[in-house]
Design a binder for this molecule. Structure first.
Ligand SMILES: Nc1ncnc2c1ncn2[C@@H]1O[C@H](COP(=O)(O)OP(=O)(O)OP(=O)(O)O)[C@@H](O)[C@H]1O
Ligand SMILES: [Mg+2]
Length: 617
């Protein structure tokens, strides 16, 4: 007797859990997403109007059906009495039906327009909000999420989120009302025939529940593969030059085709599910609600049970409405499950907080002199990463130029990233003018820092746009002066750039040479009048002649000839470019191993000396 109690108890517990989960999901469908609420608030007038129209629609159609039944019976009575079509009895009924039909045409039209309008605007707002959210995330987030996949999710998954909150929810109003009103009308017309219709409802419910969970899984997979497809396309297109040079066009197309096929594979699963759910949930119940109702109704009429043909006709309408409302509710449920699957990832993003963020009590960093202090800085990328920096301690005075040298991977660029607070150190602190940079707003810190990276990527906008990026209120005279100081006069060469500063630079700046791009970056840095200047191998991608030009511009910048004299941290492989620095920091596997001037370090005969010799000096 004990043996079967356990499985029964387990089954009951499972059933209760499933019921609770089902109730949660129904609530989720009806209430919509908390993250979307603020966006829908703006459209509450339009939404409530749509709700009102949907309610009106349900009332109108049921009233029309009732009138039709009365019309039929009146017509039959007229036939039996031999009075023919009488305008006084039949006319008002016919006119009533026609009027209701015409009004319902307009309510339906208005409703479609309103819903479409709200949805389009909602999609726009969600896209903008998500774009902002994603751009605000820290480097760790961007390292973990490829830009192509992010772009696809921002443009496509937001549409699913709008569907989940508008298209899946609004028809419920209509369906529930239709169901309620038609049920009352039907039971009122014939209690016994109504039971037949109601008997098939639980069956549809179970079937829909089963299909719904399948749809959700399929859609999760679908959006994942769609994002992957977007990522692959973007990656290949961005590197079109590499693809060409290595003659990998067909191979890349094949890689894309494989991902496109992967999307089709889930698409087919979705289509199959759709076909099956239609067959079971829709077509089969059609038979039970319409055809069998007619047969049983005819039987009831033949038995002279008191039922009239008009009532049977009205019953068919009511059961049709009930059936349609059930279809509509299951459609909403399927859409809910599909869009739940499709939006799981981006719904999570709305609550994301960047790991590197302004502290709640962050202060504005006032204009600084530019002292930089690193105190026992330790760092690693990500939680599981290798330690990249170990106890780096440095004291850099305002206006000094400090060079970082060392083997590739020793952590030089990482130090610059920590000074810009792209990442936070895992141990120790970075201070500017004695203030821990974690305690100030990122905006006020970054406004005072300029970076010239090794390889500048530009926006596909005008040269002017790229030069002014990050500065505001720059006059033409200031811009011209900066262009001169940066040796960037090439922009004035009308043969090269007929449109001058208004020339669009192509994706990433592809229409400019490497040296030209670097000088655009230097103009950008000069205009920012930074207190702190970071140069990360700014000339290493250039040929000797261009390097000399760019280096001269950089020397002007660091020495203060092009404006204020910033504190400069410079990373360089070519040691001749940094031999005049105030101090040289030699790094090895994340630690500072030597610090001194060029002469001091050569005299020491250590690591720097070895590097110097390796460069054939
Ligand atoms: N985003 C990242 N995630 C994980 N590891 C990283 C990341 N960026 C850099 N690293 C690792 O950190 C170490 C230091 O990198 P860093 O770019 O600071 O070196 P570097 O001294 O500037 O080298 P190079 O002279 O080649 O530019 C390297 O081993 C690198 O693999
Ligand atoms: Mg580097």
């Amino acid at each position: 007797a004990i043996a079967y109690r356990k499985p029964i108890a387990a089954a009951v517990a499972r059933g209760a859990a499933a019921a609770a989960e089902g109730a949660r999901q129904i609530k989720d469908l009806v209430m919509g997403d908390a993250v979307v609420k603020p966006f829908l608030k703006k459209h509450s007038k339009a939404l409530w109007s749509a709700v009102g129209l949907l309610a009106l629609d349900a009332v109108l159609w049921n009233a029309g059906s009732h009138l039709l039944g009365l019309f039929l019976d009146a017509a039959r009575a007229a036939a039996l009495a031999g009075t023919g079509f009488s305008m006084t009895t039949l006319g008002p009924l016919a006119l009533g039906v026609a009027a209701i039909f015409i009004v319902s045409l307009f309510t339906a039209r208005a409703n479609v327009l309103l819903t479409g309008l709200v949805k389009n605007r909602l999609v726009r707002d969600l896209r903008v909000a998500l774009n902002r959210k994603v751009l605000r995330q820290d480097m760790a987030f961007h390292l973990a999420n490829e830009s192509g996949a992010l772009a696809t999710r921002i443009s496509d998954d937001t549409e699913s989120l709008a569907e989940k909150n508008v298209d899946a929810r609004l028809p419920l109003v209509n369906a529930v009302l239709f169901f309620a009103i038609s049920s009352v009308m039907m039971v009122h017309t014939s209690w016994s025939l109504s039971m037949l219709v109601f008997a098939v409802m639980p069956f549809i419910g179970v079937v829909n529940g089963w299909f719904g969970s399948k749809f959700e899984q399929v859609y999760q997979e679908f959006t994942k593969r769609r994002a992957d497809l977007g990522r692959t396309a973007q990656e290949t297109l961005e590197q079109s030059q590499t693809v060409k040079v290595f003659h990998r066009e067909e191979a890349e197309v094949a890689r894309y085709a494989k991902k496109a096929q992967a999307l089709v594979d889930v698409g087919e699963k979705d289509a199959k599910l759709g076909a099956n759910s239609h067959m079971f949930a829709s077509s089969l119940t059609d038979f039970f609600t319409k055809h069998s109702l007619y047969i049983l109704g005819a039987w009831a009429v033949a038995l002279a049970s008191g039922m009239t043909i008009g009532q049977i006709a009205a019953m068919t309408f009511y059961s049709g409405f009930i059936k349609a409302s059930f279809d509509s509710i299951s459609g909403a449920w399927m859409k809910y499950k599909q869009t739940s699957g499709a939006t799981g990832v981006i719904r999570g993003w709305f609550d994301l907080k960047p790991g590197v963020d302004d502290a709640p009590d962050a202060k504005v960093l006032p204009p600084v002199a530019g002292d930089i202090t690193l105190e026992g800085v330790g760092f690693q990328y990500g939680k599981e990463g290798q330690p990249i920096l170990n106890g780096v301690t440095l004291d850099i005075k305002s206006g000094q130029t400090v060079a970082f040298v060392g083997e590739s991977g020793s952590g030089k660029s990482t130090v610059l990233r920590l000074v810009q607070r792209l990442w936070d150190p895992t141990a120790g602190s970075v201070k500017v003018d004695g203030v821990d940079i974690r305690t100030v707003t990122q905006e006020s810190l970054n406004r005072q820092i300029a970076l010239v990276p090794q390889d500048t990527r530009l926006f596909d906008e005008s040269i002017r746009f790229n030069m002014l990026f990050g500065s505001s209120g720059v006059s033409q005279a200031e811009l011209d002066a900066a262009i001169k100081a940066a040796r960037a006069e090439f922009v004035n060469d009308a043969r090269l750039f007929p449109e001058g500063l208004d020339t669009k630079v192509g994706e990433g700046g592809a229409r400019l040479s490497g040296g030209q791009r670097q000088r655009v970056a230097i103009v950008r840095a000069i205009l920012k009048k930074p207190a702190i200047l970071l140069l990360d191998e700014a000339t290493s991608a250039l040929d000797k002649e261009t390097e000399a030009q760019v280096q001269a511009a950089l020397d002007d910048l660091t020495s203060g000839r092009a404006g204020r004299k910033p504190t400069t941290l410079v990373v360089a492989h070519n040691l001749t470019t940094i031999m005049n620095s105030d101090r040289i920091v030699v790094m090895d596997r994340g630690a500072v191993v030597e610090v001194g001037t060029h002469a001091e370090l050569l005299a020491k005969g250590g690591k720097y000396f070895a590097l110097w010799q390796a460069q054939g000096r």
